[in-house]
Design a protein around this ligand. Structure first.
Ligand code: PLP
Length: 384
């Protein structure tokens, strides 16, 4: 393999320009490091080994290593936002004879069902409501009742509420019934250890701009090789043919079928090396967990209440009830926080008035301390 020249350091770009005016406390795109953004300052040829072998193939093998220490998995990168990778997976791995069970307890579970609907894929939905975790018993009952189900899809962290779904408890039931297990780990992969092989996860989907801390532009699927390799011809879409994308990357050593988001991919390569430098997934998980518990504790001390009970929280994003004060207005609160350097997120739950605060990305416990102070200074409704 040829040596890859390091990115040209463009001396005219002053550090100042690499600074952001505010911290994104969102589920992604999120605040990235200056060095990740700087990695985008040169152009790459998609036919050249510097890019395909030096960037894409390294990313693919590092993703597989992050996921498992077995040889059973392979990684496919796919253009588009995270949803494109979910759609590519759902549309490419279930044959016309198959049937999908979607476990739904939020907007992202509902989106998987919507994808199946669009693509005319036979499916059934387990609706748990938005604030309840799915239980192994209800999944098992559905699998016992309907023997035609071949695939089960579940969201790991349901970003709608911030709930971490219990995949460790659900996976054995899915495997007992010989179904293929698809996990949307968009907002969790890279930020919490996930034992793909141990749980029997067959397809795990995530994207560049979440816990790996890259910038938006593509998603990725970590797939069990011997299942993906049997998916030829299943796709309902040319652009989102996961098998064909994988086949092209395998055969041509990192070549994407169609124009790849080169700058984004290069930033992701840098983000992966920064994840290693931080100490890998375990260390990142610890930082996020500290951020999240500091956030909850600080907000509670200011009088805010969490939507979920704490045992259901993920270490990534938290939903808080909006204050019930008649003078409270989300946008006014939002603007005050933004002025102080923090961007928070609106709520997404259908039947509760909430807002959300994410704590992933280049966000450290000291930032959470500053945020809590900023929140306390932005509670204009409490002053009257
Ligand atoms: C972010 C996210 C997605 C993908 O969203 P895009 O806007 O398409 O990137 C899918 N599932 C979950 C759980 C997410 O958090």
């Amino acid at each position: 393999m040829k040596a890859v020249p390091t990115a040209n350091k463009v001396s005219t770009v002053k550090e100042k320009n690499l600074e952001n005016p505010y911290l994104l406390l969102t589920p992604g795109p999120l605040s990235t490091s200056g060095s990740v953004r700087e990695a985008m300052l040169r152009d790459w040829c998609t036919w050249d080994d510097d890019y395909n072998l030096g960037v894409v193939e390294e990313i693919r093998s590092q993703l597989v290593k992050l996921a498992s220490d077995t040889e059973d998995y392979t990684a496919v990168l796919m253009q588009g936002s995270g949803t494109a990778s979910v759609e590519a997976t759902i549309g490419s791995v279930i044959s016309d004879e198959g049937k999908l069970l979607v476990i739904n307890n939020g907007a992202y579970g509902a989106r998987i069902a919507q994808i199946a609907e669009y693509l005319n894929i036979a499916h059934t939905v387990l609706n748990c409501g938005e604030i309840n975790p799915p239980t192994p018993a209800e999944v098992e009952q559905l699998l016992l009742e309907d023997k035609t189900i071949t695939h089960v899809a579940v969201v790991h962290c349901e970003t709608t509420t911030g709930m971490l779904n219990p995949i460790e408890a659900l996976a054995p039931v899915v495997k007992k019934h010989d179904c293929v297990l698809i996990v949307d780990a968009m907002s969790s992969f890279g930020g919490i250890p996930i034992d793909l092989a141990g749980l029997g996860i067959d397809f795990l989907i995530s994207s560049a701009n979440k816990c790996i801390q890259g910038v938006p532009g593509f998603g990725f699927v970590i797939a069990r090789r011997n299942i993906l390799s049997q998916c030829k011809g299943h796709a309902r879409s040319l652009s989102l043919d996961l098998y064909d994308q994988w086949h092209c990357m395998e055969k041509n050593h990192g070549k994407w079928r169609f124009t790849s988001p080169t700058h984004t991919v290069r930033a992701f390569h840098q983000a992966l090396s920064e994840l290693q430098k931080e100490g890998g997934i375990a260390a990142r998980h610890e930082r996020y967990s500290t951020n999240q518990s500091m956030l909850v504790q600080g907000m509670k001390e200011l009088g805010f209440r969490c939507l979920l009970s704490e045992d259901l929280h993920s270490p990534f994003i938290t939903s808080f009830y909006s204050p019930e004060h008649p003078d409270y207005d989300f946008h006014r609160f939002y603007e005050q926080l933004k002025e102080k350097g923090f961007v928070i997120y609106p709520g997404k739950v259908s039947d509760a008035d909430c807002f959300r605060i994410g704590n992933i990305g280049e966000v450290y416990p000291a930032d959470i301390g500053c945020l809590i102070k900023a929140v306390s200074e932005s509670m204009y409704w409490a002053e009257c």
